[in-house]
Design a protein around this ligand. Structure first.
Ligand code: GLA
Length: 376
């Protein structure tokens, strides 16, 4: 492996890590200012970093082609960066735009978060840079501020109008807990979740159908929700109570109704999921996950043949519940299973993919892991 010294001729000042995430429930609720319930994965983006005094950003990735991308302060300001380097560049631009007096850096990345798999590799990359810069330049920003900064970087300088869930999950999750987050005021609670202790496993099944949130579909859905809220005279769909759903739907044009139904019922599923975890019944989450998938498939329409198949095959093989996680259009499916059925469920899903002629999914198990941190 190429060392930092071999790349840049000196040692890094430290190393930082930020994780990918899976969202247990609460999908497409964040930009409607509703609730989400993600956990961090053990998979992280790690960055070794050192300050530079000339304002340049030099970037290398162990997953890249070996080259070092060098950006001058002018390149950064012009926003002409392409490829994966857009993400670190966007974070530095967002810091500068917010008035932080930061300079350049040599950054060397290594990641085991799969890309395009709905596991938030981009938020992990952004948060790794944000947390490294915070330490390197002594900014003293809190986790929440760093998450908001990383989100702003993606919204303004990468051009994806994402909500705040992925960045908040990568920054604020803790090992052994799910993050119950209210995306309106960012109040958050760590909800203990000991899957192994409850005799459960969480399978994360990457369907290998690459999703790309920058392709416009996500932005269209978001715009649809914002239009519906405007027609209802509300700041966001979060304000529609479950008891007022039918009345709200009756005031909307046909094409917006399913979007609103998903958001409002999904917010309710998050609350019910948290109540079950608080009551010490994580297995009770199963049916809520599967109902959430049906809503994403039938109302929000962000599922695809492979994610639907993974859910159906997992449930048929005995999973307590399953659903796609993340923005959709491919990506990963999570399945909550009893520990002694984990292998059988994984095997059935793989077999179902083979029979349907799909590429085999990549399946691993997840336990709630830590958020972004300095590692050395
Ligand atoms: C993507 C976005 C998040 C969130 C999810 C859907 O992961 O980055 O902000 O909207 O989709 O829940």
């Amino acid at each position: 492996m190429t060392t930092f010294h071999a790349l840049y001729g000196h040692q890094p000042e430290g190393e930082w890590a930020a994780p990918g995430r899976v969202n247990l429930i609460g999908e497409h609720t964040d930009y409607n200012l509703g609730f989400v319930l993600p956990i961090a994965l053990a998979q992280t983006v790690r960055v070794q970093a050192r300050r530079r005094t000339d304002g340049r950003l030099r970037l290398h990735s162990a997953q890249g082609d070996g080259t070092v991308t060098e950006l001058t302060a002018e390149d950064l300001a012009a926003g002409t960066v392409t490829g994966w380097a857009r993400y670190p560049a966007a974070v530095v631009r967002a810091l500068l735009e917010a008035g932080h007096r930061v300079g350049g850096a040599d950054l060397s990345f290594d990641s085991d978060v799969p890309t395009g798999a709905g596991l938030s590799s981009s938020a992990a990359l952004e948060c790794a840079v944000a947390v490294a810069y915070d330490d390197l330049y002594g900014l003293g920003l809190g986790e929440q501020e760093l998450a908001l900064l990383a989100q702003r970087a993606e919204n303004r300088f990468v051009g994806v109008p994402c909500g705040v869930m992925d960045q908040m999950a990568s920054m604020c999750c803790r090992a052994g807990a799910a993050l119950y987050l209210d995306t309106r005021d960012l109040s958050a609670r760590q909800v203990p979740l000991d899957l192994a202790g409850a005799g459960l496993r969480l399978l994360v099944m990457d369907t290998r159908v690459k999703h790309d949130l920058a392709d416009g579909a996500y932005a269209q859905l978001r715009a649809g929700c914002e239009r519906a809220a405007e027609l209802l005279g509300l700041p966001a769909l979060r304000e529609v109570p479950l008891s007022g759903l039918d009345e709200a739907l009756s005031r909307l044009p046909d094409e917006l109704r399913p979007l609103v139904r998903h958001v409002v019922t999904e917010d309710d599923r998050v609350r019910r999921a948290v109540a079950l975890l608080d009551a010490g019944d994580p297995a009770g989450l199963g049916p809520i996950l599967t109902a959430g998938h049906a809503s994403l498939r039938d109302d929000y329409r962000v599922s695809c043949a492979e994610t639907d198949l993974a859910v159906v095959a997992a449930v048929a093989a005995g999973a307590l519940g399953a659903r796609m996680t993340g923005g959709g259009f491919g990506g990963s499916v999570i399945a909550l299973v009893a520990a002694d059925t984990a292998e059988a469920v994984a095997g059935s899903v793989t077999q179902a993919f083979r029979s349907a002629g799909h590429t085999a999914p990549a399946i691993h198990q997840a336990e709630p892991a830590s958020g972004a941190r300095r590692v050395s």
